[in-house]
Write a protein that binds this ligand. Structure first.
Ligand SMILES: [Zn+2]
Ligand SMILES: [Zn+2]
Length: 295
């Protein structure tokens, strides 16, 4: 089975054909989709989707591309996330590309909003969904300054370089790839994907945007996450089933705080040492390689 770790199913693109979108998920073994909130104004619609459909879950947060919407407080995010179908905080982060203004002097509101989300996530111990565009240094700096690693999370729709990925991995974060990795001109991103530790890898659609090859030009939808998964499997020399299993397992580890659904050996094919999972759950367990015997 596949999981779409990031989609926007409340957007108007889906209204007229919502049942078809869910049917397409089922037909493609996409068993779960995480519906990402972008404003507090739209949050009730996102939550309703999750409440009405077993296979949909949601997050709460305010996206950095929305300068004029209602600003969230830590207390409000904490209160809204107290719901069994709310798995994470976001999407949040920094976007110096799409929002007008000089980052140094005019976009302090974005950084403050990001800090609020990180504080809320730490408080409720739910992972962060982080968006970053043309702002990688500030994104990583704020994550460090606010202790984002304590909540954990994912850099979603990843398009940055390996150094950025490495810095996020070092803070305990996961990295999620979207259909962009399938695009013809994305060779440098594929290079990052080839190096990604398999125990930190997630996949997403970011629907309705960014439909992967071979669905380019169509409205993206969660069913298409399968194409992202198959593409990455081929890139890494894994079977499609194994890639699906790994990314599904990773999703459960990150978002449920529970042990993985199956007993996968996280042996990274590209490295010769087994990579130990760094999620909150596993960090608390004795290291099987450290000779921690019974007793
Ligand atoms: Zn985003
Ligand atoms: Zn998004």
């Amino acid at each position: 089975m596949y999981i779409d770790s990031h989609c926007h199913l409340d957007f108007p693109d889906f209204k007229a054909r919502f049942d078809q979108v869910l049917a397409n998920m089922a037909a493609n073994q996409v068993d779960l989709a995480l519906c990402i909130s972008v404003t507090l104004e739209d949050f009730p619609n996102v939550l309703t989707l999750a409440e009405q459909h077993d296979q949909l879950f949601a997050t709460v947060g305010v996206h950095p591309d929305y300068p004029d919407c209602r600003e969230p407080s830590v207390a409000e995010l904490v209160a809204l996330s107290d719901h069994p179908k709310i798995l994470g905080i976001g999407e949040t982060g920094l976007d110096y590309f799409r929002v007008q203004g000089d980052p140094a002097t005019e976009l302090e509101w974005q950084r403050e909003r990001f800090r609020v989300h990180i504080r809320a996530a730490r408080q409720v111990r739910k992972p962060l969904i982080v968006h970053t565009r043309a702002a990688r240094d500030d994104t990583l700096r704020l994550m460090r300054e606010e202790g984002a690693g304590e909540a954990g999370g994912v850099l979603h729709c990843f398009t940055e370089d390996w150094e950025t990925a490495r810095a996020a991995l070092d803070q305990g974060f996961y990295i999620s790839f979207s259909g962009i990795v399938t695009f013809k001109n994305a060779e440098s991103l594929r290079e990052v994907a080839r190096r990604m530790p398999l125990d930190r890898l997630l996949i997403e659609t970011d629907s309705p945007y960014l439909a992967p090859v071979p669905k380019r030009g169509k409205t993206n939808e969660p069913a298409f996450v399968r194409h992202v998964g198959e593409f990455l499997a081929d890139l890494r020399g894994l079977s499609h089933d194994r890639l699906a299993e790994i990314t599904t397992n990773n999703f459960y580890k990150l978002f449920s705080g529970l042990p993985p659904v199956s007993n996968l050996e996280y042996e990274d094919e590209k490295h010769d040492r087994p990579l130990r999972c760094q999620c909150q759950h596993c960090r608390g367990l004795p290291d099987p390689g450290a000779g921690a015997g019974p007793g």
